[in-house]
Design a protein around this ligand. Sequence first.
Ligand SMILES: Cc1cc2nc3c(=O)[nH]c(=O)nc-3n(C[C@H](O)[C@H](O)[C@H](O)COP(=O)(O)O)c2cc1C
Length: 306
Amino acid sequence: MKLETKPKLEVNLAGIKMKNPVTVASGTFGLQHGQFFDLSVLGAIVPKGITLEPKEGNPTPRIIETASGMLNAIGLQNPGLEGFIDTLPAYEKLNTPIIVNISAGSAEDYAKLAEKLTKTGKIHGIEINVSCPNVKKGGFQFGSDPKETENIVKTVRKATNLPIITKLTPNVTDITEIAKAAESAGSDAISLINTLLGTSINTKTKKFNLANVTGGLSGPAVKPIALRMVWQCYNAVKIPILGMGGVANVTDVIEFMLAGATAVAVGTYNFVNPKVCEEIILGLSDYLIENKIDDINNLIGKVEKV
Ligand SMILES: Cc1cc2nc3c(=O)[nH]c(=O)nc-3n(C[C@H](O)[C@H](O)[C@H](O)COP(=O)(O)O)c2cc1C
């Protein structure tokens, strides 16, 4: 087959129409990246997670590099719902879907956030973070319990008609149980993975490197785990998947899509190369042309056993 036309890059993530499958992982990317490339090329944008009230986050040090990755214990520092809403006009100008990542300590607070964000009429989807490893209340305690996950998703479902994406933690024995709970409670999609709980020690001071002692591991080091979990979830639920974890280049995006992801988010690698998303988006078309694929959707879940 010869490709006569430009390959199709558009994907539909549970009703969110993306011009290409590439978006960013919450907490790793902001409007300031606009100094490096035109952010409207993104398939969607996902700002840093927000809570009802402003949060200062955890004490420093709260970031440390690791082999092929990093540990973070930011603890959801954010300006709160109202502070975020003030920044919405700047996001709107980008002319790409806005998916807002929300965190809370109770199902009711998740629902309040969803309701108020929906009322702005300016956002396109809600990503429920039930997987943060760096907060005392809520976080991955919720996302590692199928019943809690179900309760939160059900409560948020009643508060919004926007697409809901439930963000899963890898810090569980069987991620498919949580994926199924999210699906049965009315989640329109799932995103995975959030970070893996880890730590790091300074051998000179004999102290932990992070003030919080533990942090979340991310970056290329976690990619094989993320891919395995995306593939497991693809085989366990029918709702679409936003895959992430260590994505750094075009090959990584293709791997995630073959494993079952409809869209893919770039996280930690934005710190290494702030232009990586643009480079990946440009490179995707080249990959499709070289491999004579006319529609990127044809890759989703198409991995085969050797
Ligand atoms: C500094 C930092 C802050 C993060 N903040 C959030 C957040 O606010 N909400 C969330 O759901 N995930 C957050 N994450 C997790 C990422 O969105 C992503 O799920 C994870 O880092 C795996 O992708 P990566 O390996 O490409 O970074 C954060 C990660 C990092 C490194």
